[in-house]
Design a protein around this ligand. Structure first.
Ligand code: MGD
Ligand code: MGD
Ligand code: SF4
Ligand code: MO
Length: 734
């Protein structure tokens, strides 16, 4: 038999006839790749390519970025504003004025009837920073509901909370360049090659040159784990125990950096007393990792000249999410691995602008990491915006996860959902579907009209999306980068900034609060508010950002005036002694007792359900589900199941199975793989009415982030495979 190219047509790369390239930053993940979109003679986006001179990606893009221009003409986009009185009625197309009047009128009516906080606003990590800032000003300064939060509660809330508890402020202290200096890397619950492919490439390049060890903590044999020197297949939800045991060994063997601890931290005695209880022998029984490996990793980590830790959702999405982050910070602090090249604690962020919302949206506070709880911060912002300081609440309101519970209890009656699709992304969606019927009024603002959440809206506002508007986003390493307008918003849809400004007009009596029209003018306002703060962007301009292919904050006006190169500036935080954000400049070492509160497998539901992501899909597939070259890799939902476990259930590779949890059920295809152990299945969460029908999502006490990764389920074989296939295909639009 003949194999190979000789029997096939040679590959031809079609000439797309690009006549112009426009600059952008990728709108999917938080890696923040610089890219260019190619337009043909007719001005149609026909190609995407990475930017060679950009420090982040050095010319590379992953398979989402390389197809990104196809989004701009994809199916299901919102065109006209839509209106209806009841959610079961058909939609009527209306003009923008009618839709906006309706939204403002209904928000006012609900607030009048039930109080200011009875309207909730749920935002995202996927708009431009100028849009976040403007929405914050509108929500906090004019509408005045304290129940304003974003999908970052499902994503980065634990990282934010952990950073604040340890260092006194949010803000990842490290950068990608740290891979080039580190002597040891621990990755906690992060599947870098699939979820941040270009950060993975940066790591891999660095490791190939310097051969430092990679230790991966993940219950699953992910692509990153396959590349690890040591893979610790931890029992789900027990990372805090492992962290305590690692610290136990470090302190027991005198491997800590005493000088650093003394100068830069508070709380070592209490930490010592707690970790004393977690010797490796005892920890091994809880986290399922043998005691010798625990000792070895502790020594490797503590003895390396510079050690680095990264983490993502395996840590954040847990009932111990915030504690897990503090645990990582504790390990960094006791070994002096903060603020030095290759020595850091770097949260790998999720969405393209999850950082921008943390910095500027005012969701859980006030702009630029200011606190609602701080009277000076409230006064400063009130004066700046021209509102009364008493109008601002004195502590943050409900998080997104608590907002949905408050809809269930009738406390919240109006909901404005912006650029997020909670009917697929929240835990226990069958329950959320019922909850949504309790609302008097719901408005969904999304660039796609066919989202599951829009099914529950009374008003749909069609928004422009990535590439159809101009502004900045911040990536994982605090790099602010620019998206230019590559195409006009689809149909009659409008940029989110325009929509916010229009609604603001309807609340802004006598125009007392200023809402600049252009994103460039909003950016100037933000620069003023950032001066002298940790997240100082006052030296940046759109032009300079584009020329530099992104600038890390802080980059101050003074640095700009001195002509300091923005590319070299800003790299790390806390590089000088006692510069943490607590009053005495010291970081906190915080003891972390382990609370065993997860749903765990039992006789009735004997298998761990672990949920997460695939490289080809993004979240709820409103985007990648429409791009053929992404969707074709996994057009229907499937589970990873261990072949031995599957044989016991008489489930063949490619069979459909029914998954049952205490909440609900779902039909998926079974794919045999050794990536998961016999007592676990992995289910990508991208598909509607699937993974999150099964999840429980217990909440972290500090961050209110749901545990999306620890649940118990049963796998049932299906007799009528044809019917299951039909159901599965039909649900996914085939
Ligand atoms: N292709 C693609 N890329 C994306 C996204 C996407 O949807 N698609 N989304 C972006 C966003 S918003 C985010 S937040 C990131 C998420 O990026 P990641 O967090 O890397 O992705 P996940 O697959 O959610 O989860 C990571 C790993 O956590 C592991 N895990 C499960 N339970 C535990 C546990 O108890 N302990 C530990 N240590 N690990 C555990 C899982 O096995 C999984 O391999 O990806 C971003 N990038
Ligand atoms: N089981 C399980 N569930 C999870 C997770 C998990 O690991 N497991 N991960 C969680 C995490 S980390 C995250 S971040 C969430 C993500 O959950 P979601 O935020 O609900 O997911 P997306 O599909 O990204 O939704 C974004 C929406 O915004 C729209 N959109 C995109 N750009 C724009 C824009 O510029 N303007 C407007 N107005 N709309 C826009 C998109 O069409 C889409 O409908 O899911 C969470 N849910
Ligand atoms: S790695 Fe992330 S930012 Fe870079 S191209 Fe892929 S999805 Fe876009
Ligand atoms: Mo996320």
């Amino acid at each position: 038999m003949l194999f190979g190219r000789s029997q096939k047509n040679p590959i031809k790369i079609a000439d797309k006839q690009v006549t112009q390239w426009k600059y952008a930053t990728c709108g999917y993940c938080s890696t923040g790749c610089s890219m260019e979109v190619g337009l043909n003679q007719a001005g149609k986006p026909v190609s995407s390519r990475g930017v060679g001179g950009a420090d982040v990606n050095r010319g590379k893009l992953c398979l989402k970025g390389i197809m990104e221009h196809e989004l701009l003409s994809s199916a299901g986009r919102g065109d006209k504003p839509l209106l209806r009185d009841q959610i079961d009625q058909p939609w009527a197309e209306v003009n923008w004025d009618s839709a906006l009047d309706k939204v403002a009128g209904q928000i006012k009516a609900v607030q009048h009837k039930y109080g200011r906080d009875s309207v909730a606003i749920v935002s995202t990590g996927q708009m431009l920073t100028e849009e976040f800032y403007t929405l914050g000003k509108l929500a906090r300064g004019l509408i005045g509901s304290n129940n304003y939060d974003g999908n970052t509660t499902l994503c980065m809330a634990s990282a934010v909370s952990g950073y604040k508890r340890s260092f006194g402020s949010d803000g990842p202290p490290g950068c990608y360049e740290d891979f080039e200096h580190t002597d040891c890397l621990i990755a906690w619950g992060s599947n870098l090659p699939e979820q941040h492919p270009v950060i993975y490439w940066r790591f891999k390049e660095a490791q190939e040159k310097r051969q430092f060890p990679l230790i991966v903590v993940d219950p699953r044999v992910t692509m990153l784990a396959q590349n690890a020197d040591i893979h610790l297949a931890i029992t789900p939800g027990t990372d805090v125990v492992l962290q305590n045991a690692l610290m136990h060994v470090i302190l027991d063997e005198g491997l800590e950096d005493q000088d650093y601890i003394e100068k830069n931290t508070n709380g070592i005695e209490a930490l010592k007393a707690e970790v004393e209880k977690y010797n490796p022998t005892m920890a091994a029984t809880i986290c399922g990792i043998d005691e010798d490996s625990i000792r070895l990793v502790a020594r490797l980590y503590a003895k390396a000249k510079a050690s680095m830790q990264i983490w993502t959702m395996g840590i954040n999405q847990s009932t111990h999410g915030s504690d897990g982050v503090v645990g990582i910070n504790n390990l960094s602090l006791i070994t002096g691995n903060i603020g030095k090249p290759g020595g850091t604690s770097l949260s790998i962020t999720g969405q393209c602008n999850a950082m921008g919302t943390r910095e500027w949206s005012s969701c859980s506070g006030l702009p630029n990491h200011r606190y609602l709880e701080n009277a000076e911060d409230r006064q400063e912002i009130a004066d700046f915006w021209g509102i009364d300081a008493d109008f601002l609440p004195t502590q943050r309101g409900l998080a997104q996860t608590d907002i949905f519970q408050a809809i269930e209890t009738g406390e919240i009656k109006g909901l404005w959902v912006i650029a997020t699709n909670p009917l697929t992304s929240m835990p226990n969606t069958a329950r959320i579907r019922k909850t949504m019927r309790n609302l008097d009024f719901c408005v969904v603002q999304d660039c796609y009209a066919d989202t599951e959440t829009a099914e529950y809206a009374h008003v749909f506002l069609p928004a422009g999306t990535w590439g159809e508007k101009e502004g900045v986003m911040t990536n994982t390493e605090r790099r602010v980068n620019l998206v230019t307008r590559v195409a006009q918003p689809h149909g009659d849809s409008k940029p989110d900034l325009w929509i916010f400004n229009q609604i603001a007009e309807r609340f802004n009596e006598h125009g007392k609060v200023k809402f600049p029209e252009t994103s460039a003018a909003v950016f100037e306002e933000m620069k003023l508010l950032s001066k002298g703060r940790l997240c100082d962007i006052s030296g940046m301009t759109y032009d300079l950002i584009e020329q530099s292919r992104g600038i890390q904050w802080p980059y101050t006006e003074a640095q700009n005036e001195r002509g300091e190169s923005p590319v070299a500036g800003g790299g790390r935080l806390y590089t000088e002694p006692t510069t943490f954000c607590y009053a005495d400049g010291k970081a906190k070492l915080i003891p972390l007792p382990f609370v065993d509160n997860n749903e765990t497998p039992d006789e009735e539901f004997p298998v761990w359900l672990n949920t997460g992501r695939l490289v080809e899909h993004f979240h709820t597939r409103t985007k990648t589900g429409k791009v053929g070259n992404n969707n074709k890799f996994s057009p229907i939902p499937f589970i990873e199941i261990n072949p031995d476990a599957a044989v016991q259930l008489a489930v063949k590779d490619g069979d459909y199975v029914r998954l049952v949890s205490r909440r609900s059920d779902a039909v998926v295809m079974a794919k045999h793989t050794q990536r998961v152990a016999k007592n676990m299945i992995f289910l990508p969460f991208h598909f509607h009415d699937c993974a999150n029908r099964l999840t429980l999502g217990l909440l972290d006490p500090y961050s209110r982030q749901p545990a999306f990764k620890q649940h118990a389920v049963r796998v049932e074989p299906i007799v009528d495979q044809k019917a299951a296939a039909k159901l599965s295909m039909e649900m996914r639009g085939f």
